[in-house]
Design a protein around this ligand. Structure first.
Ligand code: PHB
Ligand code: FE
Length: 339
């Protein structure tokens, strides 16, 4: 069985088309979207994605949760697999939208299809779809136990949830002019599952001359007040090293295909990760991480996390420009250390 990566060379032309959207459907109230040769429709339960080689149907709540991440993260690093069939690959300026391209059964059947778009144009299409298809009472960033349903005919919208901006520190939380600590006053209440987390803050006593350059904050308190799930913030940036902590509950809506190595440090509770081959989706491992466990996700896998209760995770990212090309070319091995 061939699992060779489909060759998507840098010479693939970029379709600069902008999307079109229909009038609201007379029965369901939802608009249909089209960009390039892809079309998107939703009904009361499902999203339906059509390409020239096939139709793919997805549960609407899972679809919106995935779409929310793809939009909010500007296509993220590498692959955002909504499921085992459809998703996007970030080429940083352009983006591939695919059906079955990273699924060995689709490739063998010849029903895989990919089209490359200008990132801003695809983002505009996805944002408009996300807004139209998200009903009042459903927050695609929230844990399922903390929100209503997306199902049913069109019922208002939830732009406040869909426009949620994650906090991205430039250097470090609490440095002058940078991200602030989370508090009730700023609208960040303690989550129902983190009421036992200490809410104290460290005292900072800088030596004369170093005022404004020394900072510390309580990361557990910060995460205990995260209103969303599976949506890393940035709390520190040191050169190209970014600390991206996040609070997790239920399932990571996307199966992230790494274009670089990334590290996970489980700060509380437990997450199980299903790990698969990045190109074919073939299962490779299940990893259960408990508080204090550290793991490295290689550059040649996809992973999806399962968090049975709200937990705290630190994702450590390497933002070095061009890193994705060095892994893709084989210059760098897919793991950080070879024994
Ligand atoms: C990841 O793909 O590495 C990832 C994404 C979002 C999270 C955690 C991990 O909340
Ligand atoms: Fe990842």
């Amino acid at each position: 069985m061939s699992t060779a990566t489909k060759d998507i060379s840098d010479e693939t032309p970029i379709n600069t088309a902008i999307h079109s959207e229909s009038a609201p459907h007379p029965d369901t109230g939802y608009r249909q979207y089209a960009i390039g040769s892809f079309t998107f429709e939703r009904d009361e339960y499902f999203a339906r994605v059509k390409s020239p080689t096939g139709t793919h149907v997805v549960d609407i709540e899972n679809f919106l949760r995935s779409m929310m991440r793809d939009v909010a993260w500007g296509f993220f690093y590498g692959w955002v697999n909504f499921d085992e069939v459809i998703g996007t690959v970030n080429l940083y300026g352009s983006v591939d939208l695919y059906m079955g391209t990273y699924n060995s059964a689709y490739r063998e059947a010849g029903t895989d299809y990919v089209e490359r778009f200008d990132s801003q144009n695809l983002l505009a299409c996805f944002k408009s779809m996300l807004k139209d298809w998200t009903n009042a009472g459903f927050d695609p960033f929230a844990a399922p136990l903390e929100t209503g349903t997306a199902r049913g005919p069109k019922n208002g919208n939830n732009d406040v949830a869909v426009d949620f901006q994650r906090e991205l520190a430039d250097r470090f939380v609490t440095l002058p002019g940078d991200s602030e600590i989370r508090s009730d006053e700023r609208g960040f209440a303690i989550n129902r599952q983190f009421t036992d987390v200490s809410q104290g803050e460290p005292e900072v006593h800088a030596e004369p001359g170093f005022e404004g350059q020394i900072a510390a904050f309580n990361l557990f308190k910060y995460l205990s007040r995260s209103p969303v799930t599976w949506n890393p913030s940035i709390v520190s940036i040191v050169k190209n090293s970014a600390y991206c902590p996040t609070s997790e509950e239920h399932i990571l809506p996307i199966d992230h295909g790494n274009d670089r190595v990334e590290w996970f440090i489980q700060l509380s509770d437990e997450i199980s990760w299903r790990v698969g081959d990045k190109d074919s989706g073939a299962p490779r491992a299940v990893i259960t991480m408990k508080a204090g466990d550290v793991s490295c996700m290689p550059a040649d896998i996809r992973h999806r996390g399962y968090s049975p209760k709200r937990s705290m995770l630190l994702v450590w990212e390497n933002l070095t420009p061009g890193l994705e090309k060095r892994y893709a070319s084989g210059e760098l091995p897919p793991v950080p250390a070879v024994f």
